[in-house]
Design a protein around this ligand. Structure first.
Ligand code: SDX
Length: 435
């Protein structure tokens, strides 16, 4: 029977090595034995952007990019989006199993009772400029929570990790809502414990002078589904940031702030905001062909298209498209949907995109729904960060519990000069290259 091994010959020495293959990988450290002599450090792998490197073992989220499959703890995302609430899925991601009715009731009660922000946190946020970007406010404020809960530094205590995780899951919507209210000059709305997670978020965003906010149930359910779809996505850029920063044993607030900072980038979670700007720039269906021509000539990227893992349709985009129709039945159709649908139709028939396996990703349609619900584009990434906080925390917990993990510290390929002779300050001549 074929062995699960890889046999390689180093042609520099004619030495042959047999390396074990496990889970479709060879251990990078097994390459270190391949040397040209006793002073040789040994072989490393070189993999910019980790295109082909597994950094961990995980049982949280499974993606099959070629078949467009996404599962949380083994459950297909479509099934969870249809039958669960976001907090039910949050429980699944964090604890590994769907909760019983009693467990869910307890869990929802615990999260609900952590939604308040300390008054000093509210004052901290009031210090931002009126036009501060909500993601910059969110990242800074999540980090600032580290000053409110200094005991969070004890990351070795599982009960403490769980308490801080509940606080983060509960408070991230309050922070995002406060950032929005600050940007429009409205007073902060305190949480209402009678409301669900999504309804309370809408309450903190949109309650005006009415005695009690009543959320539109269709929009609340749409938000809940969008939160489920965005909750985790395996080892994406921000999950990698969460694991890397968490591996130094930083507290969960500073670690989550680092992950949120990674998410804010336009190639990652910031893409949904960029999609709306792109659709605004295109302006009408008639302009789509010319815009695609520009992209194919190398001028920019089609925002909301393409994915490092999905080389098929992002399964989340399909559910989001279905959700969009439900939202538009309430809010009225967002005319940008027609531009997006035309963009998708043309791109999916065009060889440039087919050859590169570029399909709509989770960000392509989410912004159109958010805008129809009344969110401004600069709020879109904060809407991504709210549910993804659960995924980051699940990845963080798994990393801390993984005996194989230690502080992340990659190596490098040195491309600089050999040792150089020092020249005293007065004797140095200008180096043109340094200008
Ligand atoms: C998210 O990783 C995750 O799981 C992320 C995420 C999550 O849930 O956490 O799914 C969320 O971040 C979704 C992606 C959102 N970003 C965007 O929509 C921005 C636009 N997309 C691209 O920037 C790009 O597709 C990436 C960043 C998403 C993926 O980039 P890769 O895997 O590094 O691919 P690449 O840049 O090497 O592209 C391969 C080729 C290149 O062409 P060639 O050099 O071979 O000629 O495809 C082209 C790229 O130029 N290409 C695109 C394109 N994306 C890639 N061309 C036009 N438009 C695009 N969107």
């Amino acid at each position: 029977m074929a062995q699960d091994t890889l046999t390689v010959t180093d042609n520099r020495t004619q030495q042959t090595y047999t390396l074990p293959i496990e889970h479709g990988t060879v251990r990078a450290m097994d390459l270190r034995q391949i040397k040209t002599g006793p002073d040789d450090f040994g072989l490393m792998t070189y993999d910019p952007a980790f295109m082909n490197t597994a950094s961990c073992r995980s049982s949280i989220t499974f993606i099959d990019g070629d078949r467009g499959i996404l599962r949380y703890r083994g459950y297909p995302i479509e099934v969870l989006a249809e039958h669960c609430t976001f907090l039910e899925v949050a429980y699944l991601l964090l604890f590994g199993d769907l909760p019983t009715q009693h467990e869910l009731k307890e869990w929802v009660g615990e999260i609900t009772h952590h939604t308040m922000l300390h008054e000093t946190t509210k004052k901290f946020m009031e210090g931002f400029r009126y036009n501060a970007h909500p993601m910059a406010m969110l990242v800074s404020t999540v980090a600032a929570l580290s000053t409110v809960y200094p005991e969070a530094k004890d990351i070795h205590d599982p009960a403490n990790r769980l308490l801080q995780s509940k606080r983060l899951i509960a408070k991230i919507p309050s922070i995002a809502a406060l950032a929005y209210r600050h940007s429009v000059g409205f007073p902060y709305v305190y949480p209402d414990n009678d409301l669900s997670y999504a309804e309370n978020f809408m309450n903190m965003l949109w309650k005006m002078v009415e005695p009690k906010y009543v959320a539109n149930p269709v929009l609340a359910r749409a938000l809940d589904i969008l939160f489920i779809l965005h909750a985790d996505h395996e080892q994406n850029c921000s999950a990698n940031a969460m694991r890397c920063v968490g591996s130094s044993h930083a507290d969960p607030y500073l670690t989550t702030a680092a992950a949120a900072a990674a998410l804010s980038g336009p190639l990652h979670g910031g893409a949904n905001e960029e999609v709306l700007k792109m659709l605004d720039e295109i302006g009408s269906k008639e302009n789509v062909l010319a815009y695609i021509k520009k992209i194919k000539e190398g001028h920019g990227k089609l925002m909301g298209f393409g994915h490092r893992v999905y080389k098929n349709y992002d399964p989340r985009a399909k559910v989001i498209k279905w959700t969009a129709e439900r939202v538009f039945e309430v809010t009225g159709r967002n005319p940008k949907l027609d531009i997006a649908l035309e963009l998708e139709r043309i791109a999916l028939e065009d060889d440039y995109f087919i050859k590169r396996k570029l399909y709509p990703n989770v960000d392509f349609y989410s912004g159109i729904i958010y805008q129809a619900m009344g969110f401004r584009p600069e709020m879109f990434t904060a809407l991504f960060a709210i549910p993804r906080t659960v995924g980051w925390l699940a990845q963080w917990q798994e990393m801390l519990n993984d005996q194989e993990q230690k502080i992340a510290r990659p190596r490098q390929v040195w491309t600089g000069p050999e040792v150089r002779q020092f020249v005293p300050l007065g004797k140095r001549s200008p180096v043109a290259a340094a200008r």
